[in-house]
Design a protein around this ligand. Structure first.
Ligand SMILES: Nc1nc2c(ncn2[C@@H]2O[C@H](COP(=O)(O)OP(=O)(O)OP(=O)(O)O)[C@@H](O)[C@H]2O)c(=O)[nH]1
Length: 417
């Protein structure tokens, strides 16, 4: 079971306009984007990284991994070994680095020695839950000393990518759940839940019925992450790098689109790379979704009406309570609640665990706000006037995690009702 419920309550991130998040002029553009790659054991993470490290894509990418594994056969221009790290410099300007501690300090030290990069990829081990790693880099720019990495403004979390094995993915999810039934959802489900993009790899080895079943299970756990079907992790790198999944960007927008809108997009904008982006057309309440997924992590999408200022404040109290206290806020509390006043605990305390949330809140005043959350951290950012027309016209919240039943929907709707 996740122990983060015991963690100190994090500070609420300001809902005031964030000068660093809404335009091309802003400093985020100058930060080095960081992508976390996670995935099931043997799913194809090294295959994907080897491609990135050896292909001529024109970017200087640093790949950081715990150990080289079979990526070690990469042809390196030079190899540097020093106590804590081994670095391979590749012909295309990329860098492959194995460091014992892949925390922020180690990344800072690597960047100081090697200079600035266009992108950093951090490989999590096969069993790693990406949530805490993402949390470490999200809104933690100060973690990294910007000047020391040769970049004006440090690092920005770009996205979390999960590689799922098409052959064993479904089985892994099933076994994982069975093994950990007493401890809550296992790593494979957490990896899917905490990712912004899913690569369903090794599709050459399975029948289409298995692929559809695996994709359905993935979508049930995480309906907002696009799924790309690949052979040997061959896909357009634009699908996984530079996606800005943690800011107000195009990807955030598409994640919030309605199912029918996605169907429409698919009809008219087929992916010419022949990646399979099957966001559309899933019946998420389908009874064919395997029981182990339903009993583990699932998702909940709630449509919201335009909110008054009071209802907006009530939403903030509601989301804060579910993320920080793992419980539902009583509707009566919602209009009066402040962070300090929430001492009353419902019997549901501890049964809900939200791993990721996203949303678009539309106010009756015409203002729009985007919700982004990783574990118990969240932010609500106003949408810039110039971007409003690109966003969906209906408010919506998507929660991914454990214990997200219809009671959660009713609680939210009554809190803002
Ligand atoms: N047929 C087929 N084989 C693949 C594909 N992708 C990877 N493989 C093979 O699957 C095996 C595992 O791939 P890796 O890239 O090492 O997987 P990994 O996720 O890095 O593995 P760990 O680091 O051990 O978790 C290797 O032998 C790859 O050559 C694919 O799409 N099709």
């Amino acid at each position: 079971m996740d122990s983060e419920a015991d963690d100190d309550i994090p500070e609420l991130i300001s809902a005031e306009p964030d000068e660093q998040s809404s335009s091309d002029k802003n400093p985020i553009a100058k930060r080095v984007p960081l992508t976390i790659i996670c995935g099931f054991l043997g799913a194809g993470k090294s295959t994907l990284l080897r491609r990135i490290l050896t292909e001529r894509h024109g970017y200087r990418i640093a790949v950081i991994m715990n150990e080289f594994g079979d990526t070690a056969d990469i042809e390196a221009k030079s190899i540097t070994v020093d106590g804590e790290s081994t670095t391979l410099e590749l012909a295309n300007g990329c860098l492959c680095c194995s460091i014992k501690d892949s925390g922020a300090a180690a990344i800072e030290s690597l960047m100081r020695k090697q200079g600035a990069f266009d992108h950093i990829l951090l490989e999590a081990t096969g069993l790693a839950d990406p949530g805490p790693i993402a949390g470490m880099f999200w809104h933690n720019e100060e973690y990294i000393d910007a000047r020391s990495i040769g970049s004006e403004n440090g690092i920005v979390l770009d996205g979390v990518v999960c590689v799922v094995d098409a052959v064993f993915g479904l089985k892994q999810m099933e076994e994982d759940h069975a093994d950990k039934e007493d401890e809550g959802p296992g790593e494979s489900l957490r990896q899917i839940a905490g990712s912004d993009v899913i690569i369903l790899n090794k599709v050459d080895l399975v029948q289409s019925s298995i692929l559809s079943a695996t994709e359905l299970a993935i979508k049930h756990v995480n309906p907002v992450a696009p799924v790309y079907r690949t052979v040997r992790a061959e896909l357009n790198l634009g699908h996984i790098l530079g996606i800005q999944a943690y800011s107000i960007g195009q990807r955030h927008l598409s994640a919030l689109k309605d199912q029918h809108e996605l169907q429409h997009d698919h009809d008219h904008d087929h992916d010419h790379d022949h990646d399979h982006d099957h966001e559309q057309g899933y019946n998420l309440s389908s009874s064919v979704v395997p029981h182990y997924v339903t009993r583990g992590i699932s998702s909940l999408q709630v449509s919201l009406p335009p909110l008054s200022a009071t209802q907006f404040a009530a939403f903030d109290a509601w989301i804060r309570t579910i993320l920080w206290e793992n419980r539902l806020l009583d509707s009566v509390d919602a209009l009066t609640s402040t962070p300090d006043s929430q001492s009353k605990k419902s019997p549901l305390q501890g049964n809900i665990n939200v791993l990721r949330c996203k949303g678009l809140l539309i106010l009756t005043s015409g203002e729009q706000h985007v919700l982004q959350g990783v574990r118990n951290m969240y932010e609500i950012i106003p949408v810039d006037e110039s971007m409003k027309s690109e966003f969906p016209h209906a408010g919506k919240v998507v929660l991914i995690g454990k214990g997200l039943g219809e009671d959660v929907r009713h609680s939210l709707l009554s809190a803002v009702g």
